[in-house]
Structures are given as structure tokens and as C-alpha cells.
Ligand binder design. Structure first.
Ligand SMILES: NC(=O)C1=CN([C@@H]2O[C@H](COP(=O)(O)OP(=O)(O)OC[C@H]3O[C@@H](n4cnc5c(N)ncnc54)[C@H](OP(=O)(O)O)[C@@H]3O)[C@@H](O)[C@H]2O)[C@@H](O)CC1
Ligand SMILES: Nc1ncnc2c1ncn2[C@@H]1O[C@H](COP(=O)(O)OP(=O)(O)O)[C@@H](O)[C@H]1O
Length: 343
């Protein structure tokens, strides 16, 4: 069954083909039979491929989990079709190289953008350090930190300064009981912001300038669902949340979904990135991109791609820490410059 098939194999077909699928490697043409091609959901029995070869453009099932995970490695073959824009897209290296902000020759630190981080608490001072490490990867001109971990932050990041004017805020990582105040204070400034972790539970009304960055558990709590329901349909729930909260919603996972004016999925990364504090680094990084003037949708998708690429670079196939991911971000941008930017 191809892309026109209804999701879910009939019992008779499943009985015949699933034992074969479990016994030998499977190459799927276009999609493994039984997947929800247009939803990325797996609502019934389906095949799992080791390799899926598809043509012209990626379909939603190739990008959005859990269907994408059942496609195995996906090979896209260009057969010269003239196709309309896809409903869900994945940024490639060249797209990111075009979007990543770089300093103009006459730049000074304030024209490059200042990002402020309100994160950390007495329980989680480390999350403040990690969010600052993501923000302080060199993409914005300056990082400010406001919060209870100020002394530790300044010890580890001497470049970072205290309160003042910013072009974007990052709030929530490790915020604990301080997160509600951090969010309220950040919202007093009329600037774009990243809302992550403990601040997410305090989001109510529409926040048109925000990027929300929940993992599946956090999005489930925001929508009054179980985590498993979000994991079964990440595209549907990220899109619903973007509509409900009137902003860009980045739902973290193996394939991160960015729902905004359109939908993007990040396929860059490695399972080694599933490590404590990796999300804190991501929120800082996206904040720094917002501060440079990227739109919330582009800042979220470019930040997510750079974060995945930094994890892959730092990992080299082995284990990584969140600190290691943050340290690898400048090298990822340098590689983009070498490969794609004219000097
Ligand atoms: N270095 C730092 O400062 C870091 C700070 N961080 C900061 O921590 C804050 C909370 O973030 P989070 O994502 O952990 O919170 P959340 O979604 O509430 O998850 C709680 C869920 O986890 C589960 N659970 C717990 N232990 C489990 C186990 N052993 N095995 C299985 N399940 C287990 C637990 O389940 P339960 O034990 O209740 O059954 C509950 O459902 C946030 O501010 C973040 O920024 C992090 O970024 C890390 C680095
Ligand atoms: N299996 C996976 N493969 C690739 N990336 C993953 C996987 N699981 C989680 N990630 C990424 O790791 C990061 C974890 O962030 P998060 O859940 O917020 O952790 P923390 O709260 O500890 O910082 C996210 O960027 C997420 O997309």
C-alpha cells in the first residue's frame, strides 16, 4: 500500500507481512505500508522499514514522528517534478547557512543584538549556566543574566553582564518557583521571548512574540493531556498549541516539530542529545537568534537545526553532555561559513 492507502493494515495483510518484516531488512518505496502518510501518526498495524526511498518531495510521514521513525533512513530522489510547497518541511544545511545571522562589517555589539536570560533557581542553578552557555555561543553581541545564579554564571561566563536593555528574553530553564516572576518581568519589556521549562505552566493568553519550547511532558501538561497522547501525534498537538497560544511552538523530541506560520521538522541530531540540560542550551541558543532579529519561526527552526548539528559534531558517534553541545555551536556555524558563505 502506497501514499494513498488508509492508515493501518488489515488483520489478514498484517498477519501475512509482519512476520516477514521482523525477519529480514525492508526497503520501502515511498512509505512503509500502514503509516499515516499525511499525519505522521501510526494508528494501526504497519510495517517498519530500514530504508525508505521516496520521490520528488518528503511526505509528512517521512519527517514527523512516530511515522518517521518507522521509515528508517529516508532517501529522497529528485525525478524532476514541479511540486507546490510541502505542508511540512525540513531545513537543509544551505537553508540554515542563508538564515544564520552574521555581523555586518560595521557591526558593534549592540547592533548585533543583546539576549537576556532569566533562568535558574536555588534548586537548579545549573540550568541557568546551560541556558547562558547556549545564548553565549557568539551569535548575539551580548548576553545579560538576571536571577539567583548570577555569581555562578559570572564565574563561568565572564562575558555575561547583568540587568539592562535586551532585544530578546529567555525564561524558564530551571526556574522552579521563580519562573512565574521571571516570565512576568520579561513580559514587561515588549521584546520577543523564549518560554521554556518551568515558565511554560504560567503561559495563558496569546503571546504573539514568543517561542514556546516544551518537551512532550510539558506540552501535555499545557494542553491537559497525557504525555503518551502528545508522543503519538506530535505534529497535531504542536500545531494545536501554536494556534491556542498564538505563537510559535517548538515541540522537542527525536524529530523536533516547529509549528508557526507553517510547520518545520528538525531531522538533524543524534539520540545522544537526550541528556539532562540539552533543552536548556537550546532555549538560550534560540534566544540569541531572536535577539539578532530573526523571526520567532526562523529563530526556532535555525536554533533547533544548529543544536542538532552541534550534538552530532560533539558526539562523533559517542556520548555527549549539554555543556559539550553548547561548546560545539561555534564550530557548526564556522563549518557553514566555510562551505556556504562568500568571504
Ligand atoms: N542541571 C540542571 O540544573 C538541570 C535542570 N533542569 C531543569 O529541571 C526542571 C525540570 O525539568 P524536567 O524536564 O526534568 O521536568 P518535568 O517535565 O517536570 O519532568 C519530571 C518528570 O520526570 C519523571 N522522572 C523523574 N525522574 C525519573 C526517573 N528516574 N525515571 C523516570 N522518570 C523520571 C517524573 O516522573 P515521576 O517521578 O513523578 O513518576 C516526572 O514525570 C526544569 O526547570 C529544567 O529546566 C533539567 O533541564 C535538567 C538539568
Ligand atoms: N531520541 C532523541 N534523538 C534526538 N534528540 C533528542 C532525542 N530525545 C531528546 N532529544 C533532544 O534533546 C533535548 C532534550 O531537551 P529537554 O527534554 O528539554 O531536556 P532538559 O530539560 O534536560 O534540558 C531536546 O532538544 C530534544 O529534541
Amino acid at each position: 500500500m502506497g501514499i494513498g492507502g488508509r492508515p493501518g493494515l488489515s488483520a489478514a495483510v498484517a498477519e501475512a507481512v509482519i512476520p516477514i518484516n521482523q525477519a529480514i531488512p525492508l526497503v520501502a518505496v515511498d512509505v512503509p505500508s500502514g503509516l499515516g502518510v499525511d499525519t505522521g501518526e501510526c494508528t494501526g498495524m504497519h510495517l517498519r522499514a530500514d530504508l525508505t526511498v521516496t520521490f520528488g518531495t518528503h511526505k509528512i510521514a517521512h519527517l514527523a514522528d512516530p511515522a518517521a521513525a518507522a521509515c528508517g533512513a529516508v532517501e529522497l530522489v529528485d525525478i524532476g517534478l514541479d511540486l507546490p510547497d510541502a505542508p511540512v518541511e525540513a531545513l537543509g544545511e544551505e537553508d540554515v547557512a542563508r538564515l544564520v545571522p552574521r555581523p555586518r562589517p560595521d557591526a558593534q555589539k549592540y547592533t548585533r543584538g543583546v539576549v537576556g536570560v532569566r533562568a535558574g533557581s536555588t534548586t537548579y542553578p545549573g540550568a541557568a549556566l546551560l541556558a547562558v552557555a547556549g545564548a553565549n555561543a557568539g551569535l548575539a553581541g551580548m548576553v545579560r543574566y538576571v536571577g539567583s545564579a548570577a555569581d555562578t554564571v559570572k564565574q563561568h561566563h565572564p562575558e555575561v553582564v547583568g540587568a539592562g536593555r535586551v532585544q530578546a528574553w529567555v525564561v524558564g530553564p530551571g526556574g522552579g518557583d521563580e519562573a512565574a516572576r521571571h516570565l512576568a518581568e520579561a513580559l514587561e519589556d515588549d521584546v520577543p521571548l523564549v518560554v521554556d521549562a518551568d515558565a511554560l505552566q504560567h503561559v495563558s493568553g496569546p503571546l504573539p512574540q514568543a517561542v514556546l519550547t516544551p518537551h512532550a511532558g510539558e506540552l501535555a501538561a499545557m494542553l491537559g493531556l497525557e504525555r503518551a497522547e502528545v508522543e503519538a501525534a506530535p505534529l497535531r498537538h504542536a500545531t494545536a498549541a501554536a494556534e491556542r497560544f498564538g505563537c510559535v511552538v517548538l515541540l522537542k523530541g527525536r524529530h523536533t516539530v516547529i509549528a508557526g506560520p507553517r510547520v518545520r521538522v528538525t531531522t538533524a541530531g543524534t539520540a545522544w542529545l537526550a541528556t539532562a540540560g540539552a533543552g536548556d542550551v537550546l532555549s538560550g541558543l534560540i534566544g540569541s537568534l531572536l535577539a539578532t532579529g530573526l523571526s520567532p519561526y526562523d529563530a526556532a527552526s535555525v536554533g533547533s537545526w544548529l543544536h542538532g548539528a552541534a550534538a552530532t559534531l560533539a558526539s562523533g558517534g559517542g556520548p555527549i553532555t549539554a555543556t559539550g553541545v553548547a561548546r560545539a555551536i561555534p564550530a557548526v556555524v564556522r563549518n557553514l561559513a566555510v562551505r556556504h558563505w562568500e568571504t
